[in-house]
Design a protein around this ligand. Structure first.
Ligand code: GDP
Ligand code: MG
Length: 162
């Protein structure tokens, strides 16, 4: 079976936009309204001559458990079922309490975890990326899912981990 990469992170950081960027087509549902992607959706992806499965997550309704618990649970599930996990954070916002909670879960992972610092649309935002080392998940990799900036570098790192 082909390797599985799960994309996790809080709503509105650009997970589905990044999934679309990786797929090279507009398929994962993107909206300005947080929580628009339903649960988890798997796609066939292809890079550097290799196939892999890309799992987009999201779409939790705010329920009794709260957003932070829901995102952490999704990360836990990703950690158990995928071969590698990509945590997406919004570099223009920086690390939020939810990002820190999900990072705590992912730091226990025995599988590779990559950290994407999304919405780095231009060089002036690169400085915001460095603060994300604090999440303890290694090198934050700047990317702009919207414009495609550095998405090839991120994919190379993903394939090296898968
Ligand atoms: P998700 O909830 O994490 O799946 O986030 P979405 O992919 O639905 O994106 C949420 C919002 O962020 C949308 O308005 C996107 O257009 C926007 N967005 C996603 N990636 C980028 C990016 O690289 N730069 C900017 N400026 N906006 C982005
Ligand atoms: Mg989404």
């Amino acid at each position: 079976a082909q390797p599985v990469l799960a994309v996790v992170g809080r709503p509105n950081v650009g997970k589905s936009t990044l999934v679309n960027r990786i797929l090279g087509r507009r398929e994962a549902v993107v909206q300005d309204v947080p929580g628009v992607t339903r649960d988890r959706v798997a796609y066939d992806a292809f890079w550097s001559g290799r196939r892999f499965t890309l799992v987009d997550t999201g779409g939790w309704e705010p329920d009794a458990t709260g957003l932070q618990a829901a995102v952490a649970a999704q990360a836990e599930l990703a950690m158990q079922t995928a071969d590698a996990v990509l945590l997406v954070v919004d570099a223009t916002v920086g690390a939020t309490a939810t990002d820190e909670a999900v990072s705590r879960v992912l730091r226990r992972s025995k599988k590779p975890v990559l950290l994407a610092a999304n919405k780095v649309d231009d060089d002036r935002l690169l400085a915001d990326t460095a603060s994300l080392w604090s999440l303890g998940l290694g090198e934050p990799r700047p990317v702009s899912a919207l414009h495609g900036r550095s998405s090839g570098d991120l994919l190379d790192a993903i394939m090296a981990a898968l």
